[in-house]
Design a protein around this ligand. Structure first.
Ligand code: IPM
Ligand code: MG
Length: 356
């Protein structure tokens, strides 16, 4: 069986971590007799430099013709001018929107050997296995933006807007996922203040009552959730939330796993096409030095195999190989314990590929 994949390495450490993801994918191909045809395309700052836009039409087309997309990271100080009209991040937001990827799955689990890497105490981390389902193509990220000047000076606004249909589809996806896990769904919102959150609350509560009465459903305000993620993270199963809350809470949740470098993500839409990327950014401070942790990207490859290609055995093989590599102590500096040998990006990728 041959699968066509689009590969968008992007900026900063993106190319380095994607190279390791592809190395592991090639090993999966050998082990399971599959072949992967990869088409590289530009996104982010490098696309801006070469074509003047962060998301060239050719990139969208390459992605649309692929079974799935593997993405590294976008952005960097070179393109950080806040007054710039074009920014690398537009590439990422644009491709999510163009492909209709409305649900972003960000699972958080902790390998028992890595609890030292987390700033939280061991006992708090026991049993942590949560999944944040972040709405990805709506809300304040995509609402109308304004920047104007009047007699008092400048003003700006970002519109946060959600339709019932946008909420329903992501809540259903989150609820289905909860059914296959521990059967618990928590809606995170700010319904004490925001009208969009009140819509989320009423729509979600209705869907859960009518279609998912078998699940345990509750809701939590986002500020309380930020606290409970540190206080009792193992109580969560699936969290569903709007775009910006999900962005913020998942960076926080990544610290449970000790490093942003450990967490993969899958962005899914109505069909099996998906985009898979580490949740970390382009980390320009360590780019090109072989220091980046490739495990988040490698674990994103596992999610790609599972969700877009329906290759569960291959996905598990990747996840087991990652665990084995952690157990063998072949890890980068972000998760190494004091005194433990720090390995380079490519050494970690090689070690995972060898264990597939
Ligand atoms: C993420 C990132 C992006 C986001 C940025 C780079 C636009 O932080 O994937 O979480 O906010 O969605
Ligand atoms: Mg983010």
């Amino acid at each position: 069986m041959n699968y066509t994949l689009a590969v968008l390495a992007g900026d900063g450490i993106g190319p380095e971590v994607v190279a390791e993801g592809l190395k592991v994918l090639a090993a999966v191909g050998r082990r399971f007799q599959l072949s992967f045809t990869t088409h590289e395309a530009l996104i982010g700052g490098i696309a801006l430099d070469q074509t003047g836009t962060a998301l060239p039409p050719a990139t969208v087309e390459t992605c649309q013709n692929a079974a799935a997309v593997l993405l590294g990271a976008v952005g960097g100080p070179k393109w950080d001018d806040p007054s710039a009209k074009v920014r690398p991040e537009q590439g990422l937001l644009g491709i999510r929107k163009a492909l209709g990827l409305f649900a972003n799955l960000r699972p958080v689990t902790i390998h028992p050997l890595l609890t030292d890497a987390s700033p939280l105490r061991h006992e708090r981390l026991e049993g942590v296995d949560l999944l944040v389902v972040r709405e990805l193509t709506g809300g304040i990220y995509f609402g109308e933006k304004r920047r104007e000047r009047d007699e008092h000076g400048e003003w700006a606004s970002d519109l946060c807007i959600y339709s019932e249909a946008e909420i329903v589809r992501v809540v259903r996806m989150a609820a289905e996922l909860a059914r296959g896990r521990n059967g618990k769904l928590t809606l995170v919102d700010k319904a004490n203040v925001l009208e969009t959150s009140r819509l989320w609350r009423s729509v979600t509560t209705r869907i859960m009552r009518e279609e998912y009465a078998d699940l345990h459903y509750d809701w939590m305000l986002v500020d309380a959730c930020a606290m409970h993620l540190l206080r009792r993270p193992s109580d969560f199963d699936v969290i569903v939330t709007e775009n910006m809350f999900g962005d913020i809470l998942t960076d926080e949740a990544s610290m449970l796993a000790g490093s942003l470098g450990m967490l993969p993500s899958a962005s899914l839409g109505a069909d099996s096409m998906g985009l898979y990327e580490p949740i970390h950014g382009s980390a320009p401070d360590i780019a090109g030095q072989g220091k980046a942790n490739p495990l988040a990207t490698i674990l994103s490859v596992a999610l790609l195999l599972r969700h877009s290609l329906q290759l569960e055995a291959a996905a598990r093989a990747v996840e087991s190989a990652v665990s084995a590599v952690i157990e063998a102590g072949i890890i980068t500096g972000d998760i190494a314990r004091p005194g433990q040998r720090v390995h380079r990006t490519a050494e970690v990728g090689d070690a995972v590929a060898e264990r597939i």
